[in-house]
Design a protein around this ligand. Structure first.
Ligand code: F6R
Length: 365
């Protein structure tokens, strides 16, 4: 049932090109430069009335929402924010009927996310689900939304659901954007990039053995930092979450600019810092932060754009991801970090598919 893979997690990482293909299939319109997401059940007029997108979710799904924030603001020119689902529920959020609330949940059963859906329904918002499990409670209670079609995710650590969530959020942002400032040409360009995701991820997954070699050099450490800026900031948070949950290494994700406001005090000789320094806006600043870490003795593992020797020169070890649109690049970058965590946990002999203290779906608050 693991299809020849040692763990479900590794199988699901390798399934991502197909999972993305299924999430994208039939949903890109190259004529209009837009996307077709019929489950959203909205007319262009409904979409034009949306003044804000509020995403809610937990854990990895929350991190996908953080990428979504950038996508909605940059592509769709609409205010967007993501809230931890429990926080949304208890803070008495300001929600109006022109808000689109998107509940992001792989399982569709997470208690806090479900409660947030009910709260948003009470407040008369436009509520949608972004779920993987068909017919799940959140999918039913939202009544509209978009399924990921990522296929069953067995491993407790979420991998293919995350990348498909981000891909679907990008398509939602394109759709919303086309009703605003986003031009047909820009839409077509981005649709092409989204269409190439399976291939981009395939290239990244093919580096699994190489990443395993890099992972060996980091498997004995007890602490690690992940840093990134802009679109890569949420990916840094997700990389740290993945590493801590399956390898039990204490990992922290930070905005690269935030390091010197405290966390840098923790760096010692040999402390690993995973720097997301692919070639997008902010790279030079991140490289500056890498220098600051190196000056404190940190060992730097850089995730860089294929062929970017300038960035690679700052790093002790390097993982490369293919060059692509900056928002799209969040996906192969996340895949590289999934493989890193997997191989580190494997070197440490951890129970990868069933990490201690964790359940696949959290149905209590
Ligand atoms: C981490 C992980 C969890 C889930 C979270 C939300 O790898 O799997 O953080 O992302 O429990 O679950 P869903 O998406 O099912 O609501």
């Amino acid at each position: 049932e693991k299809g020849g893979f040692e763990h479900f997690m590794l199988k699901e990482i390798h399934e991502q090109p197909d999972a993305l293909r299924n999430a994208i299939r039939g949903r890109l319109d190259f004529n209009l430069g837009s996307s077709v997401l019929s489950g959203m059940g909205t007319s262009a007029r409904d979409l034009a009335e949306i003044s804000r997108v509020v995403m809610v979710g937990c854990g990895t799904s929350l991190h996908a929402g953080l990428v979504g924030e950038y996508a909605f603001e940059d592509l769709a020119d609409v205010h967007a924010e993501v809230q931890q689902a429990a926080e949304f529920r208890y803070r008495n959020p300001l929600i109006t009927r022109s808000d689109l609330v998107v509940a992001i949940s792989q399982s569709g059963e997470t208690a806090d996310t479900l409660a947030a859906v009910r709260e948003a329904n009470q407040k008369g918002a436009f509520v949608m689900g972004l779920c993987n499990v068909v017919g799940s409670t959140i999918a039913r209670e939202t009544g509209r939304g978009v399924y990921l079609h990522a296929g069953p995710e067995i491993s407790v650590a979420s991998t293919k659901a995350f990348t498909c969530q981000v891909a679907v959020l990008l398509m939602m942002a394109v759709k919303l954007g086309r009703g605003r400032r986003f031009s047909r040409d820009e839409g077509i360009r981005l649709a092409r990039e989204i269409e190439s995701l399976p291939e981009l991820v395939e290239k990244t997954v093919r580096q699994s053995d190489k990443i395993a070699g890099v992972a060996q050099r980091y498997a004995q450490n007890e602490h690690a930092f992940f840093i990134g800026r802009g679109y890569l900031y949420p990916v840094a948070l997700e990389g740290a979450l993945k590493l801590k949950e399956i390898s039990y290494i204490h990992a922290e994700g930070y905005h690269a600019a935030e390091l010197k406001h405290g966390p840098i005090a923790l760096l010692e000789e040999g402390t690993p810092v995973v720097a997301l320094a692919i070639d997008i806006a902010g790279k030079d600043k991140t490289l500056g932060n890498v220098e600051e870490c190196r000056a404190r003795g940190a060992r730097i593992l850089g995730v860089v754009t294929e062929g970017d020797e300038e960035a690679a020169a700052f790093m002790d070890d390097v993982i490369e991801v293919p060059r692509c649109h900056p928002l799209v690049a969040t996906i192969p970058t996340a895949v590289a970090l999934q493989l890193l965590s997997y191989h580190i946990a494997r070197h440490r002999g951890c129970d990868i598919d069933q990490p201690r203290n964790l359940a696949k779906s959290v149905t209590v608050e």
